[in-house]
Each structure stands twice: as C-alpha cells, then as structure tokens.
Design a protein around this ligand. Structure first.
Ligand code: PGA
Length: 239
C-alpha cells in the first residue's frame, strides 16, 4: 500500500503561503515519483487556491475539520460538501487540538466521518492518549474507546487513522519506535486490514525515515514541518 503523507498547516498561512505548494511541486517534479500519496491541509481560506496549484503536481488537498451537517444555521462552520466544492479530497477529523479547544467527543467525530463519506471525502480520523494516560498504563484502553466511538460501525467507505499521542503533537517529543509499533498494532487489530494507520506528532526531516519504516506505519501526519516546502519535501523523500 502506498504511504499517505499529510501536511496539516493548522491555523498558519496567508496568501503567500500558496507559493510553498509550487515550491514543493517543483522539488517533487525534480526528483521523480515519490511513491507516496501526498495531501496538504491548509486553512479553509486557502483550500481553493492551494487546490488550483497542487493539482498539477499530483498533490491532493484536505480540510482540517468539517461540520456533520451538509448545510445549515451553523455560523463559522464548514461542511464536508463545501470542502469538496473548494477542491478538497480529504479531511482530518478529531484532531487533538479540536478535541481540546472545541470539546469534540468521539460521537461528534463519528458524525463528521459519516459527513466526509457523504461528501465523497476521505476522512483521516485522529486518536491518541495523553501523557497522563500513558503513564497510567491506559494507552490501549484509550485507543480502544476512541476507535469504538469515532469509527462508524459500518465502514461504508475507505478511511485512514492517525495515531497522534497528545504529548507528541507540537512538542518535539516522539514516542520510541517500539511504542509507535505497539500502538499501531493495537489500532490495526480493531480495523479492516486495508486501513492505513499514520503516525503524527513532531515528525521532521531527521526522524521521518525511522518512523516511516516502523512496522504498521502507513504514513505520517505532519504539522509544523509541513509549512516549509523544503522541510516537507525531506519527509516525503524519507520513504
Ligand atoms: P506537529 O503536529 O507535527 O507539529 O507535532 C502534528 C499534528 O498536529 O498533526
């Protein structure tokens, strides 16, 4: 299975950031096929502009969140259909920053996954334990309950999972290779064999090769190191 490499720009990027996408495209064209499926998830305001540029380089575009309803009186929200209309093919759901900042529950995330399918998007469902939960030996139980609550019982369409321990996101800390392998195995046991399981949390050009080669890792979800074309390119090349 091809690895899925996703760049999550979070709430970073004004108009000029679109140039990073053409820079990345030029770097990718320069060194031939990467063998990976590449997705950039810019802020919603840039999806259409990034999609215009990215398409010619074979790079796909995704949203960072969506509302569960197709439309409605939900000021400030964006539906999966709107993301698709703007040029997205993917959407991240249940990111730890959404769970933390917006109180998203597994049930809300599950509804968003169904919305993504309804709109023809490929959902990337995030899960992961906090540092306290890991220290308390609860990692397996937490992952099990997040998956049970956020992955629809009837998996109607393809989806991917991103294992992102809260404590590794944006901190510069990464789990050991063994911890990543064990978590991916726990997740894989509960999902169809064809599901890609990405690792996310402080992935960079220096650690990407080791992480991408861990058994059970089907790609990476990259935050900070996806903002600059050269950094993201190094991760894509580290296959
Ligand atoms: P990070 O973020 O790579 O900056 O740790 C990862 C993510 O939030 O998906």
């Amino acid at each position: 299975m091809r690895q899925l490499i996703v760049g999550n720009w979070k709430m970073f990027g004004l108009g000029p950031a679109v140039e990073e996408v053409s820079r990345l495209g030029d770097l990718l064209s320069g060194d031939g096929a990467s063998g990976a499926e590449i997705v950039i998830c810019p802020p919603a305001t840039l999806i259409a502009r990034v999609a215009d540029v990215a398409a010619s380089y074979g790079v796909a575009v995704g949203g960072q969140d969506c509302h569960a309803a197709p439309s409605g009186p939900h000021t400030g929200d964006i539906s999966a259909e709107m993301l698709a209309d703007a040029g997205a093919g993917y959407v991240i759901v249940g990111h730890s920053e959404r769970r933390r900042d917006h109180g998203e529950t597994d049930a809300v995330i599950c509804a968003k996954v169904k919305a993504a399918w309804r709109a023809g998007l490929h959902p990337i469902i995030c899960c992961g334990e906090t540092a306290m939960e890991r220290q308390a030996g609860q990692t397996s139980a937490v992952l099990q309950s997040q998956l049970a609550g956020s992955v629809p019982a009837q998996a109607e369409r393809p989806f991917s999972i991103a294992y992102e321990p809260f404590w590794a996101v944006g901190t510069g800390l990464t789990p050991t290779a063994l911890q990543i392998e064990e978590a991916h195995l726990m997740i894989a046991q509960r999902l169809p064999a064809t599901t890609r399981i990405l690792y996310g949390g402080s992935v960079n050009g220096a650690n990407a090769r080791e992480i991408r080669r861990i058994a059970g890792v089907g790609g990476v979800l990259v935050g900070g190191a996806s903002l600059k074309a050269t950094d993201f390119h190094a991760i894509i090349r580290a296959g």
